[in-house]
Design a protein around this ligand. Sequence first.
Ligand SMILES: Cc1cc2nc3c(=O)[nH]c(=O)nc-3n(C[C@H](O)[C@H](O)[C@H](O)COP(=O)(O)O)c2cc1C
Length: 310
Amino acid sequence: MNNYTGSGTSVKLGSIILKNPIVMCSGTFSSGIEYNDFYDVSIVGAITTKSFSLKPRAGNKPPRLCETPAGLLNSIGLQNEGIDFFINEHLPYTKKSGFNIILSILGTDISEFSDLAVKIRNIEESLIAVELNLSCPNVEKGGMSLGSIPEEVENVTTAVRKILNIPVIVKLSPNNNNLSELARRAKNGGAEVISLINTVIGMSIDINTFKPKLGNITGGLSGPAIKPIALAKIFNLHKEKILPIIGMGGIFGWEDAVEFMLAGANAVGLGMVNFVDLHAGENILDGIINYMSNKNILNISDIIGKVKAE
Ligand SMILES: Cc1cc2nc3c(=O)[nH]c(=O)nc-3n(C[C@H](O)[C@H](O)[C@H](O)COP(=O)(O)O)c2cc1C
């Protein structure tokens, strides 16, 4: 790990200032506690928790994971222990350890999001932001079904914004073709940042049994297979200059992270790579710092959106 103490890695997203652009993606890093056995995860810009709902959720029927040649299909269905579990079991540790936590929440409707926000109000000084998961493709209610309707995106964001004082991030799905409109609605509702992309809907079939390989039939594809999709979505949204973007989808190395920033991501999300490289956070941060030094880049934020695409 580089012994880097400068401020050139810091990035600003609305009123959020991260010490570096590395953000752990929701659902792939829990709350960071287990990974802290492998390296000091307080070094990363932020850790987005698994999406928590008001009450525990059992998730979808198994099998819920299926490997594909260049990615992972999952249909977890937002299994989680409920927000109280995060508050009582994870928060004391993340607070003590100085983790920069973005709390991801999921509701099936506005009223669940509002109830979640009321609970979070009591702990908001221990968080850097809250992320609204309006993009999970694996649930019938809430998630993508809510996040595909512009009006709902605005209403949910407004409802949470009214209750909380910390910045609100809205996570959108690449399975929508109206991302600029959705991002604009999120902004109208008071969101400061957009997270993009959640997983891409996919499917896999067992040719011997003729059965889908996932119990839920379809799932969400993550990993290198979706990187070009993510890059194009981020590039196009960045051009509209609506809100800063945390870009994610298939980042496996520091080179990918740099590509995302050139496309217009203000910060980069590491997801599935955490299953493959338990040290991904420090390795990718290290790679970015070396790249900055080799290219004589004093501030990493100077490269955001600088792809020469005219
Ligand atoms: C097993 C698994 C669980 C996930 N759970 C969540 C979740 O709870 N909330 C959420 O917003 N995104 C969730 N995601 C999506 C990731 O946060 C990320 O947006 C997506 O995987 C794309 O990034 P990647 O290709 O780097 O993994 C999950 C992804 C995976 C692979």
